[in-house]
Design a protein around this ligand. Structure first.
Ligand SMILES: [Zn+2]
Length: 227
């Protein structure tokens, strides 16, 4: 199910392709730059495994780079433009056939660009999806806090600096509200260490539970696309 690891004679004729998307941007002093992509990859593989024997699903090599300007005051950001993202995603879609976008980077420039492609997408910023997620996620404090850090702890614990994570104080920032008020960088939002929420409360158990929910959502979407 890992597209990039197949040899060409083994590519199934009819499959739904999943494209994991994210960003290369700081996620607090404790979590990896590619946190968002790691979450997308984790959901994609779980969904593909769940649908084994029912629908052939292939997970494409991920697109780590995204539109990420809000974190520009910090080292580690590698942003691409909306145009580049749009072209990359649409050209990949043209090459492979049925494709579902799986995105976990929620900066509006990223989300809107992906929506504009018209491709099916697991879009957690839609109310119906967000309502199924954790309290912290729904509060809008959804960058490198308990929600995202728990997901990384579930799959790639070796990439989280738990010693740093444990001493981070909770920072409630309603990011969607801040963005509506015109505050479009982390510092203006009060995120002087590139995180909000409560990373110290993260756990691998919560991450596994959230992955279950995300996987259910993606499986539902893949079934719709395959139908
Ligand atoms: Zn993130």
């Amino acid at each position: 199910m890992n597209y990039g690891y197949l040899a060409y004679p083994d590519i199934p004729e009819h499959a739904v392709h999943l494209l994991p998307l994210g960003a290369v941007e700081p996620h607090g002093p404790h979590a990896p730059l590619v946190t968002d992509t790691l979450i997308s990859i984790g959901v994609c593989h779980r969904a593909a495994a769940k649908l084994e024997g029912e629908i052939p699903v292939l997970v494409l090599p991920p697109v780590h780079y995204g539109v990420t300007r809000y974190a520009s005051a910090f080292p580690g950001v590698v942003s691409i433009s909306e145009d580049t993202l749009r072209r990359l995603v649409t050209e990949i879609a043209e090459a492979v056939g049925p494709l579902v976008l799986v995105n976990n980077h929620f900066e509006p420039g990223q989300v809107e660009t992906l929506r504009e492609t018209g491709l099916p997408m697991l879009d957690l910023t839609r109310r119906a999806q967000a309502e199924r997620l954790t309290d912290e996620f729904r509060s809008g404090s959804c960058h490198a806090g308990r929600y995202e850090t728990s997901l990384v702890l579930a799959d790639r614990p070796e990439l989280v600096h738990t010693d740093r994570m444990q001493v981070l104080t909770e920072r409630h920032v309603d990011m969607p509200a801040a963005i509506r008020e015109g505050r479009t960088n982390f510092l203006a939002m009060g995120m002087d260490e590139a995180y909000c929420g409560a990373p110290a409360e993260s756990s691998a158990d919560e991450g596994r539970e959230t992955f279950e929910t995300l996987t259910d959502m993606l499986v539902e979407l893949i079934r719709e696309v395959a139908a």
